[in-house]
Design a binder for this molecule. Sequence first.
Ligand code: E4P
Length: 287
Amino acid sequence: MRPVNLKTRIFLDGGDPSETKEIIGRLGFLDGQTTNPTLISKNPAARRRIEQGKKFSKEEVLDFYRDVVLEISSLLPRGSISVEVYADASTKAEEMLQEGREMFSWIPNAQIKFPTISEGLKAAEQALSHGLRVNMTLCFTQEQAAAVYAATKGAKKGAVFVSPFIGRLDDKGENGMDLIYNIIGMYREGDGHVEVLTASVRSIDHLLYALKLGSDIVTAPFGILREWGDRGLPVPGDEYSYDTGSLKAIPIKDIALTKDWSAYDISHGLTDKGLERFSSDWNSLIA
Ligand code: E4P
């Protein structure tokens, strides 16, 4: 059962509906799910098919993604399900938008993931004007989060998530959780239309600290949600302190949210690398 003092929404990060089912059973609730091309490429049915040497055609792989998403949506009819468009460094906003509109029609509770790059932000602006909900992914900096805010100004509450990837910053020796703290602080100066979704969670402490910081949403892999459930769904209070170990601090910047999105420097090496990894994992499924 959802703890009464839990304000944050809890999502499962995964591409296998059997995990969704098990987590709902273990926690007694689940608020949504995030998927991405890598997670879909790890889906057991997709793996079995690839191991048998039967790669998908482009149409078949999208049909497969749709079927997975439909099953997750039937398990979480009131949840939010993030579905990610294909994007590599050369994908244009129009292509992302077209695919996003198609994906949005798959289920009634989709949130379409676009990368936090210029083409992704252009696609998101358009997508919102067509009534889609969006989740801006591969966010690694406060500037990118400011650009998401500016590009989506005027959107309804619930229509925009930003997904800072904390684990991948930790992997580089930087304290990813600082980015969550910094973005939440910066957004306090805004109108609250963008919800912060803590992503790339690697440990139970990432989850607990995100709850303490008041992240709107946290998405975590199966193993971490299972551990949280096994521990009795703790929600940390004032006594909790996050051990940063040897991770390097990411200082907060004083960034005004009032500029046009194109005025922010949104480049980051991990965003580029992330796009490469998502697109190559997706392409590895296709003949
Ligand atoms: C979720 O929306 C993200 O795609 C996911 O959390 C990324 O996690 P990773 O850094 O472990 O791949």
